[in-house]
Write a protein that binds this ligand. Structure first.
Ligand code: HEM
Length: 134
């Protein structure tokens, strides 16, 4: 059965219309594990916020099985692989997902436990792809 995750696209739209969603995500995420903030020491956050904004949208489409984003997912996986610009060891991804869900819970006025569980499942798909090509 296909699941196009329209409810997540809608939830993501509400998050982006609320103020400071991506900023709040990074606040939570950088504090979520001692190894994470140092990885962003030299990061230009203005650029990074745009990159992630697009990355989350790609991740939702990827979970929905959209073939059109395959190349973008591959590129992001490459950046975060052992040999990439920004290696991310797979055990850290749980913090990424938890932080994203905490930010959605705060910013989407229609967030509820079932919706957050769907976010978790969908983001699990992209994180599996990244871990698989680590
Ligand atoms: C524990 C999880 C993660 C960590 C620690 C992490 C860390 C980073 C860091 C340090 C950068 C480089 C920033 C710079 O240029 O200074 C980066 C770039 C990026 N990350 Fe992640 N990331 C994680 C997960 C993810 C996930 C799950 C996605 C997508 C859904 C993602 C999408 C991106 C994108 C699109 C870029 C920009 C890549 C580029 O410069 O071409 N990241 N990440």
């Amino acid at each position: 059965m296909t699941d196009n995750y329209d409810d997540l696209q809608a939830s993501y739209g509400r998050c982006l219309r609320a103020n400071g969603f991506i900023e709040r995500f990074y606040e939570i995420f950088l504090a979520s594990h001692a190894d994470i903030a140092p990885m962003f020491e030299k990061t230009d956050f203005r650029q990074q916020r745009l990159a992630l904004r697009r990355g989350i949208s790609i991740a939702i489409s990827h979970a929905a099985g959209t073939a059109m984003v395959r190349r973008s997912v591959g590129e992001m996986a490459q950046v975060h692989s052992r040999s990439g610009r920004t290696p991310v060891r797979p055990s850290l991804y749980a913090h990424w997902i938890d932080s994203l869900i905490a930010a959605v819970r705060e910013k989407d006025p229609q967030a509820n436990p079932a919706l957050l569980e769907r976010w978790r499942r969908a983001m699990g798909v992209v994180v599996e792809s990244f871990s698989g090509s680590y």
